[in-house]
Write a protein that binds this ligand. Structure first.
Ligand SMILES: NC(=O)c1ccc[n+]([C@@H]2O[C@H](COP(=O)([O-])OP(=O)(O)OC[C@H]3O[C@@H](n4cnc5c(N)ncnc54)[C@H](O)[C@@H]3O)[C@@H](O)[C@H]2O)c1
Length: 436
């Protein structure tokens, strides 16, 4: 008879919590997953996953027999000893992380808890220590999550590393967490709690720094006639640098980088240390989203009354997450310049419609491009690379593309009659069709 695996508790069933619940269930653990939103719990109990994340709905349905979704904290506490906290930690107006949801969870735990609280939510260094002060009998482990939306299930199942942070007295709790992750095969790094918390913030801040760095290089490339794609490739071949996160574009967004970079900057500031580099990373990212406006004006003059089609709205492909998406700033800036903005995203249109106000939503890329003065590629969805650009050019008032992610093939666009401008690349002008 196979050995019964330990029940895993999950608190907060969003992107991270649902992936955690589904993946541990797939590894054979009974899972009790608690959220405060009754509609979400009801939908998940029926196997309906409201977020767009590859493989996730299949995984939830396949493991339905092992996962209990509930709103009831008592059911969770009675059924599971190991509790993964996966609630959201959004930014406050001050730029610090808002820990109110984490605190609400801690307040619900009994004083003499035998449970192990495992923090997956991204929290500032020092959070674990303050929770331990509040609940001295609770075992506490920091286990930050590094999954990426769009490949979240694969990232969880095949981690580069798993960080397990625990302080003196919590070694057994850390061993239990380590045992849960052992079957996944990634390197497990044991640290103290504060270091684990810092690893998460420092990793995201470093990746954001790489993006802002290559974006500044791209901007210089435009001035000196170099191609940032070639520059990044040449840099990346140096194994000390590597190619990852050296893709120039219109800036990072999403639910993690902007808030985590800001939270780290503020965390440093609250201790009296001015983290100058991150101030620049944030500013470069903000300005980068706006550079598209200048590029459009270069070709179109005033944008008043010009119809601009945004292709893609989600902060990156394979997700419908609109949190801090570059499209939000860009569409507002374009409307501020008097442009008429029409937009299309293969999966994020519904979420985006509420946020984009007076932006017209199209139901296909071709519909968005109809009578447009320019197209701006915002999110690198595969279907945009596969679009019939010759047909698109005929529908547009002016065949002009600003490729905000250097995703499209400039030669193909030029052959289709387009003026093509990317980020950190020379402008391509239309090429006469080759004689047959
Ligand atoms: N989304 C990512 O790609 C990602 C990656 C790594 C780390 N993280 C971190 O993981 C955490 C969760 O992020 P997310 O994107 O999954 O958030 P999310 O907003 O998608 O989900 C959070 C969930 O927690 C629920 N919740 C709030 N308070 C609760 C409570 N008291 N009890 C039970 N449920 C509660 C909400 O209803 C929601 O369903 C954040 O700290 C984030 O920074 C996110």
């Amino acid at each position: 008879m196979s050995e019964q695996k330990e029940t895993v508790g999950v608190i907060g069933v969003g992107w991270v919590g649902l992936v955690t619940a589904a993946c541990f269930a797939d590894l054979g653990h009974p899972v009790i997953a608690r959220d405060i939103l009754p509609d979400k719990v009801e939908a998940l109990s029926r196997g309906d996953v409201a977020i767009h994340e590859p493989e996730l709905e299949d995984l939830v349905r396949r493991n339905a027999g092992r996962i209990t979704f509930t709103t009831d904290m008592t059911e969770l506490l009675e059924g599971a000893r190991l509790l993964f906290v996966c609630v959201d930690t959004p930014p406050t107006y001050s730029g610090d992380a808002d820990l109110s949801r984490v605190r609400a969870v801690v307040q619900e735990l009994p004083e003499d808890s035998e449970h192990v609280l495992i923090m997956k939510s991204t929290v500032p260094a020092g959070t674990g220590e303050s929770i331990r002060r509040d609940k001295p009998d609770l075992s506490y482990v920091s286990c930050p999550e590094f999954l990426k939306e769009g490949t979240a299930v694969a990232d969880f199942m095949h981690p580069d590393r798993v960080v397990v942070g625990a302080d003196a007295g919590d070694e057994a709790a850390a061993d239990a967490v380590e045992a849960l992750y052992q079957p996944l095969g990634g390197q497990i790094l044991r640290t103290d709690v504060a270091s684990a918390e810092m690893i998460k913030l420092a990793s995201n801040a470093f990746l954001a720094t790489k993006i802002s760095f290559i974006n500044e290089i791209a901007n210089v490339c435009e001035e000196v006639g170099a191609d940032v794609g070639q520059v990044a490739k040449g840099m990346g071949l140096d194994e000390r640098i590597g190619t990852a996160f050296l893709r120039a574009g219109i800036g990072y967004g999403g639910s993690c980088f902007p808030k985590d970079v800001s939270a780290l900057k503020m965390l440093a500031g609250n201790t009296g240390y001015h983290f100058q580099l991150l101030t620049a990373v944030i500013e470069v990212n903000e300005l980068q989203k706006r550079r598209v406006v200048g590029k459009l004006e270069k070709h179109l003059g005033s944008l008043i009354g010009k119809r601009i089609a945004l292709l893609g709205l989600a902060f990156k492909p394979d997700t419908d997450d609109m949190r801090e998406a570059s499209s939000l700033v860009l569409s507002a800036r374009l409307q501020g310049e008097g442009a008429e903005v029409v937009a299309y995203d293969p999966v994020a249109s519904d979420r985006a419609a509420d946020l984009l106000g007076s932006v017209e939503m199209a139901t296909s890329a071709m519909e968005a491009l109809d009578a447009a003065d320019a197209a701006v590629l915002v999110t690198e969805w595969k279907e945009f690379a596969e679009l019939d650009w010759s047909a698109a050019g005929e529908r547009m008032t002016r065949p002009l593309v600003v490729d905000g992610r250097n995703f499209l093939d400039p030669e193909k666009l030029a052959s289709a009659g387009f003026v093509y401008e990317g980020i950190g690349r020379t402008v391509n002008t239309p090429k006469p069709a080759a004689a047959s």
